[in-house]
Ligand binder design. Structure first.
Ligand code: 9MR
Length: 585
């Protein structure tokens, strides 16, 4: 590698050789890199053995290196060459330049370079709030009138009981819009809330200091908890006070049109109770309860209400262990038909594990722990809305020092399995075309694939907690780079974050408001070769199956369960390595 000592010579040689244009084939994290952490760019379909780091005006060339390639995946014909400039630690704004090809978007090298992402991804939840106006003070140009008071919600026929017959009116206000639609789903709130609460439990110092200008800022609680409480106050109303069961969702019968929240006023229902909803509810309420204990002086009694609600929901689930939400079957029996998101999980083994674990940790009562088998098999599935096993494992790891001795053998098993999982994830990383853990197999590219990348990052951070092995942390950072632009589409998938970002997300408020810029801080679903929306995609290749079009709800929608792991990942990366002391591997 040529060193900066021959900088002068480099400047003369290289500038004349650059094509004087930006190249879409040079892919970087469009925000930037930390001075003392790994820095990699991917060069697509261009065989080069040299690259330079230059100032954006190309006046100065500060570093040169050799690109390594070609790198490819079995599911794609694209080849890349990787430009690793980790050794370049100067702070400032730079581009990667390749002779004969051009230069990349400018990016920053700075400490705390991802602080804006950690803030924006959390602030995005404020913009998803229902039953309240988004003010100018807190929302800037995305201010809007309140939508969905949800103070007059009808009990759907599928949810009718003796105490609450069909048509009973209940109030269940607040909460976040699930995604680009205007409904609220308990199951999807489960993983979302669990992930946000875990971020707070894992990085209390960081989140105690993170303020994102929401109405509650400065009230003595961390803003991440303030934000979570907005949704918790809705969730708690989804429990039937007469039996402890939890309604699966609060929804209109059909998806609303392309309207602003305040204009979308169709009738709202709570529909059928489900085991999955009760268990997600129990897990979230248990975890929230132990955190809220510290804020008794601000939210007096809430911690107790949460744990009581959790126990009640758990008992209902134990009595009703196989009540699945099957929308088609439900619609055959009841009217009106409900055709919004189903979140129908046909296997609640993992939800039982997660709820039992959170109840056990919060109450100390062994009976919860003994009620489930934590290791039905050796699988370590990356979390998604219908697969929450690892949320249980993460909590056990986090609370390993506080839990009774008899649980510690289990913690050892989790440590071994999670470390093995992390080793598999980072194995061969340097030979992957985008130098990311994400995309090792085509199976990573499901609906909401970007949340797979973020959740892989969370798993790696947990493996880092166990071992202190920086390679795992680097792996998590590489997935963040993937999300912020070093991927096969060239997009930074977070609205407002980078240069080529989603502008036409499937998000009703962003679509219906008069501004061209979408609400910021939202993570698009990402490449999804399923292409279930039937839209016009630029490619069928798994990692390129993405289109920035309103039409594409299967690749370009946003969702709370995708933003939450982005909150965790970006916050964790900031909390762990914005310090200049980190020297990487
Ligand atoms: O994220 C969900 C994905 O895993 C499912 O395959 C898909 C189809 O059922 O639904 C996704 O969730 C959507 C939900 O049903 C309704 N709100 C928008 C969600 C994101 O697209």
């Amino acid at each position: 590698m040529i060193r900066v000592t021959i900088l002068f010579l480099l400047t003369i040689v290289s500038i004349s050789a650059f094509a004087q244009q930006r190249s879409e084939q040079i892919l970087v994290n469009q925000k930037g890199y930390y001075p003392h952490a790994p820095k990699v760019a991917a060069i697509r379909d261009f065989n080069t053995d040299v690259f330079y780091i230059a100032t954006p005006d190309l006046a100065d060339t500060l570093f040169s290196g050799s690109a390594h390639g070609p790198k490819s995946e079995v599911y794609s014909e694209t080849e890349t060459w990787l430009a690793d400039f980790s050794e370049f630690t100067q702070t400032g704004v730079f581009v990667v330049a390749v002779p004969g090809l051009g230069y990349s978007w400018p990016f920053e090298i700075a400490t705390a370079v991802h602080a804006p992402l950690a803030e924006a991804s959390l602030k995005a939840f404020y913009f998803q709030r229902m039953s309240t106006p988004i003010s100018w003070e807190h929302g800037g140009k995305w201010a809007r009138p309140a939508g969905h008071p949800d103070d007059q919600v009808m009990v759907h026929a599928s949810a009718a009981t003796g105490n609450r017959p069909e048509g009973t009116i209940i109030a269940a206000p607040k909460g976040w819009y699930d995604a680009g639609d205007y409904n609220k789903y308990v199951v999807n709130s489960g993983i979302t809330m669990g992930t946000m609460l875990s971020a707070l439990e894992d990085f209390p110092e960081y989140y105690n200091n993170l303020q994102v200008n929401i109405p509650e800022t400065g009230n003595g609680m961390p803003d991440i908890l303030n934000e979570v409480l907005w949704n918790l106050r809705w969730m708690i109303r989804m429990q039937d006070p007469y039996d402890g069961g939890v309604y699966h969702k609060l929804t209109t019968a059909n998806f609303e049109g392309r309207l602003m929240p305040a204009e979308a006023v169709n009738k709202r229902y709570v529909v059928q109770k489900s085991t999955a909803a009760a268990l997600n509810f129990a897990a979230v309420m248990s975890q929230a309860s132990r955190i809220l204990k510290d804020y008794e002086h601000i939210v007096s009694g809430l911690a107790d209400s949460c744990i009581n609600a959790a126990v009640y929901a758990w008992e209902w689930a134990v009595e009703n262990p196989e009540i699945y939400y099957r929308q088609h079957e439900m619609n055959r029996l009841y009217d009106p038909d409900i055709v919004t998101g189903a979140y129908g999980d046909g296997n609640v083994t993992d939800e039982f594990m997660w709820a039992a674990t959170e109840l056990f940790i919060t109450t100390g009562d062994e009976k919860y722990f003994k009620a489930v088998n934590l290791f039905p098999d050796t699988e370590m599935p990356v979390p998604t809305w219908n697969q929450v096993r690892l949320l249980a494992y993460y909590s056990l790891l986090r609370k390993a020092d506080d839990i009774p001795q008899f649980a510690s053998g289990n913690v050892e098993i989790i440590k071994i399995r999670l470390t093995r999982m992390a080793d598999e994830m980072i194995e061969g990383l340097q030979n992957r075309p985008y130098h990311a853990v994400m995309g090792k197999t085509a199976r990573d590219f499901v609906w909401g694939s970007n949340s797979v990348a973020a959740n892989q990052g969370i798993a790696l951070i947990n493996a880092y907690f166990i071992t202190g092995n920086r390679n795992y942390l680097d792996g998590a950072l590489h997935n963040l780079d993937y999300l912020a632009g070093r991927n096969a589409t060239g997009y930074s998938f977070v609205t407002g974050y980078g240069y080529q970002t989603p502008m036409h997300i499937h998000h009703r408020p962003s679509d219906a408001d008069p501004m061209p810029d979408p609400v910021p801080g939202l993570l698009a679903g990402g490449p999804n070769p399923g292409q279930q929306d039937g839209c016009d995609y630029p490619s069928d290749v798994p990692d390129e199956s993405y289109v920035d079009d309103w039409c594409s709800y299967a690749s370009n929608e946003i969702a709370i369960n995708w933003n939450a792991p982005l909150v965790y990942l970006s916050g964790a990366i900031e909390a762990l390595q914005f310090d200049a002391g980190y020297s990487g591997q």
